[in-house]
Design a binder for this molecule. Structure first.
Ligand code: ADP
Ligand code: SF4
Length: 693
């Protein structure tokens, strides 16, 4: 395998201020839901990026002072010298293969409610905290002394970052989250002193802080400014103003890191944003400065990356999600192993790990954030154990990942699939509006297994329990998936509701199989709250149906707040004329109408309908597992029998790929009994020091 010479440019080193980046692959700061709570898990995650060949690797947002923190979200802290050791370990890991190590320094101002530190939030201009959760907290306006304090806190952070061993500091002024943007934007800066008013004045704080970064680090660290490409609204820091600012101060930082306005826009899902979606906003900025420019765009195609560089749009290819889905993306391009690239599917499950304060996971890279907790590696497999062969039944995300990981470990793998197509749910869902990238889950795994001599895949092979017993595998995984319920049972209704059999009922499986209502008025009941309801509403409208979207939640697709999609989904449904019935649920389905109840008052209303689509919950397809278990499978020589993925408990695709990986990882490992299945860190106790009032 050789690299296409057109891609060579991605491997030309480039200077960033006093530092030299070895290539153009720049892992921009990204959260991971682990942060200060799981320091070693984050360190090992970043180490895999170093091993994977990234030229620059950043931490997530690092809060520089307790007067500004964004609890409940878990980021990094650099509040005093005691935070240095964990970050030093991170810097060491990042630099372990020649990458530059960067730290993103954040002061959240009007964004930080300080629920943990209990400090009064300080903002450029005071007012209610602007964050996801409408916290009933206001910030006060900083006076000149506060601004001097803040400059000192930044200086402390620069010193500590250097002490920790970082090469670059990134000043966070993007996504509406960082105080640098709050200074620049007329929306959040209504000051009348020398820090407000003209663009020159609004940029004063940035100039001071960048100068002080240089002074404090004796010019030894590179300085990156992460800025919003476009803040919307009448008073937002627009793309035009950003260009004016860069024209005025082109040489201010050592690198311009440009990100779309809001996080939702910057990290749009593949359903709504294509690869390279920010090109229009960033194009031409390169000509306004002598410093390099980095930008993001969910880039997974080396051709698209090269085009950005050759056409003078970007100098560095910024990536968060593509680096999560494949930490080895640079090495694979370098070695010309293009077919090994595990492309991000743009689902934002990783983002949900931060927003739910869990720990992030990735649909595609099942090792993400498990590198330290479980010792998993994105690409390297541990050698197989004592047994030889495995049988996996069902080639959905769980079965495919189980088969690939077991094969990589060296087992003889047989994968049997009932249908002609591999992929299970993703083979069906990829055909739905906006979800074509879901198919990458199947394509990557089938592509990887194709040349493997220890894998046999049988399509059109619906196995029975007897078949399984006769196949002589040492270990069997049943990954037979699930199907959608044909009634209203999910979260609100735990039991079926009265339903007239004359009303045509459809499930997502029906629609995906091409069995749709024939036009007319369709009530779609969504008590699932993720993407499926709104995607099917789009499908139905495209087929000429009028859709009444009914949900007991206060907004449509409410869980998609965690994937940054909810607002876009709401907008899309309103634009295509979907009628919303929020805080409502069907109480009875009659022959020609659905009786809705208000979830608050119980007040009833009726909606006429020609058909009802139920997006409620799923039933595990575990009958095969239960019938094998009822037989003497151990007598047939099978050492372990497991139910995995949706067949065990339906969940998002990422839960299924994780289940497949876990099964393959745990083959031939001793039963750990009640022991924890992952490592974790527990805060070190200080010596007991009784506090006397
Ligand atoms: P998951 O998300 O857990 O991977 P899916 O529903 O996506 O689950 O995939 C399950 C797959 O299992 C489907 O492709 C289905 O056709 C297949 N399957 C179901 N029953 C059998 C069976 N008895 N033998 C072989 N394959 C089966
Ligand atoms: Fe991409 Fe989804 Fe993985 Fe995030 S979770 S990196 S969006 S594949």
């Amino acid at each position: 395998m050789t690299r296409d010479p057109r891609h060579d440019i991605l491997f030309t080193p480039m200077q960033i201020g006093p530092k030299m980046a070895k290539n153009r692959f720049y892992q921009v700061p990204h959260c991971n839901g682990g942060g200060y709570r799981d320091p070693s898990a984050v360190v090992e995650m970043r180490r895999t990026k170093a091993e994977g060949g990234w030229g620059v690797i950043f931490t997530e947002q690092t809060e520089i002072h307790p007067s500004s923190e964004i609890t409940p979200f878990i980021e990094q802290h650099l509040w005093d010298d005691r935070d240095i050791p964990a970050l030093a370990r991170m810097a060491e890991a990042m630099k372990s293969h020649g990458a530059l190590a960067g730290i993103q320094l954040a002061y959240s101002g009007i964004n930080g409610p300080n629920l943990y530190s209990r400090e009064v939030p300080l903002a450029v201009t005071g007012g209610p905290i602007l964050t996801f959760t409408s916290d009933p907290v206001q910030a006060r306006t900083m006076d000149r002394e506060d601004i001097r304090d803040l400059r000192r806190w930044f200086r402390n952070a620069f010193r500590r970052s250097q002490q920790a061993g970082f090469d670059l500091v990134c000043l966070y002024g993007a996504h509406g989250f960082g105080i640098l943007q709050h200074f620049l934007s007329r929306a959040t800066n209504q000051r009348t002193d020398e820090y407000g008013g003209s663009l020159e004045n609004r940029g004063r704080f940035l100039r001071e802080v960048v100068e002080e970064a240089r002074e404090e680090t004796r010019g030894e660290m590179a300085v990156s400014l992460r800025m919003s490409l476009h803040e919307g609204g009448a008073f937002g820091f627009s793309n035009a103003e950003l260009r004016d600012f860069i024209e005025m101060h082109g040489d201010l930082p050592d690198i311009w890191d440009l990100a779309h306005g809001t996080w939702e826009n910057c990290s749009g899902t593949s359903r709504f944003k294509p690869e390279g979606a920010q090109e229009d906003l960033v194009s031409g900025i390169r000509d306004l400065t002598s410093k390099p420019v980095v930008g993001v765009g969910r880039f997974t195609s080396p051709d698209a990356m090269v085009r950005q560089i050759k056409s003078g749009v970007l100098d560095f290819i910024g990536a968060a999600r593509p680096s999560i889905a494949d930490p080895f993306l640079p090495v694979k391009v370098q070695e010309g192993r293009y077919e090994d690239i595990r492309e991000c599917i743009g689902c934002n499950i990783c983002v949900s790990g931060d927003l739910t304060q869990g720990i992030s996971r990735c649909t595609q890279n099942t090792a993400f954030m498990e590198e330290w907790r479980k010792g998993w590696h994105p690409d390297r497999a541990r050698p197989k154990g004592v047994s030889e062969s495995v049988l996996i039944v069902g080639a959905g995300p769980a079965g495919l990942e189980a088969a690939l990981q077991a094969a990589r470990r060296g087992y003889q793998v047989t994968l049997a699939e009932a249908t002609t197509t591999l992929g299970g749910r993703v083979a069906r869902e990829r055909a739905l509006p906006g979800l074509s990238a879901w198919g990458r889950v199947a394509d990557y795994r089938t592509g990887q297994m194709a040349p493997m001599t220890n894998v046999e895949i049988y399509r059109d092979s619906r196995l029975t329990a007897e078949d399984i017993l006769s196949m002589g595998a040492d270990h069997v995984a049943i990954a037979t998936g699930s199907h959608w319920r044909r009634d209203a049972v999910a979260r609100l209704h735990l039991h079926p509701i009265p339903t007239d059999p004359a009303m045509p009922l459809f499930t997502p499986d029906d629609l995906m199989a091409g069995n749709l209502p024939e036009g007319g008025r369709v009530v779609l009941y969504d008590d699932d709250h993720f993407y499926m309801g709104s995607v099917l509403a789009e499908l139905l409208v495209s087929r000429g149906c009028t859709v009444d979207f009914v949900t007991p939640a206060v907004k449509v697709a409410e869980w998609t707040d965690n994937t940054l999609e909810q607002g876009t989904i709401m907008r899309r449904l309103l634009e295509i004329g979907v009628e919303m019935h929020l805080s409502k649920a069907p109480e009875a389905i009659a022959a020609r109408e659905v009786v809705l109840g208000c979830t608050w008052t119980g007040r009833q209303s009726a909606v006429a309908a020609d058909a009802v689509v139920l997006v409620t919950s799923r039933i595990p397809d575990d009958a095969l597992f239960r019938s094998v278990r009822a037989l003497d499978w151990q007598g047939a020589g099978i050492r372990s029998l497991k139910l995995i993925g949706d067949a065990e408990a339906p969940g998002p695709i990422a839960w299924a790929t994780y289940a497949g990986r876990r099964w393959a990882e745990e083959l031939d490992t001793p039963d750990r009994g009640d022991e924890l299945s992952f490592r974790r860190e527990i805060a070190e106790l200080l010596p007991h020091d009784p506090i006397t009032p």
